[in-house]
Design a protein around this ligand. Sequence first.
Ligand code: GLN
Length: 234
Amino acid sequence: MLVKVIKNYNLSFVPILSIINANEKNRCSCLQGAFVEHIAILQNLGVEASPIRLRKQLQGLDGLVIPGGESTTIAKLMQIYGLTKTIQELTSNGLPVLGTCAGMVLLSRSATHPESSSGLDTIGAINIEVRRNAFGRQINSFETNISIPALGEEPFRAIFIRAPIITRAGAEVEILARLEDGTSVAARQGKVLVCAFHPELTDDTRFHKYFLELERRPSPPPTLSGEGREVVGG
Ligand code: GLN
């Protein structure tokens, strides 16, 4: 009975990871981080959501959202605040996590950048490789309707802002959405859900609803396997 009460309580509590907010100096970065919009959507769906920055706040969660922003900055702050390892442990133990744009980059197994050869310390919660800023700079940001069959027939308005793409995915990864040219832009492995676009910037709550439903699924085996298959262009 006690377990059930705790479980019910936890179910209504899905904090948002907003590490950018942790450092006064980087406060402006949280504007592009769009975590406020994530909170608004989740609250609309009846979920209690709040920003977190300290490691101790990572305990007792039912889900985590890593928002957009600048993945290199977020990665550094995660290291400074000692969050990376804890998040790695939590996700490999089946904690549902949603990563949007920079969040997808951080959850990936590895990330490349067209203009930089220096790597990024990613969490590796989903067996995908990504290419950061794959469409170019801010000016090349765009919106388009995409099909996400897992969300139903109605197209989803996807907003891409200096967005990454998925270039490889392991066999255990389900590609959820592609652009017309076949480029993969959303994926799921177990309870890890990622997308290259910003569902929190639309009025469409279906992507977040889908994320919340992952909580109820049985946990998959916690593995990252193999080199993955090429998914760009088809
Ligand atoms: N280009 C950013 C990065 O690689 C992501 C942009 C975003 O989250 N909107 O970190």
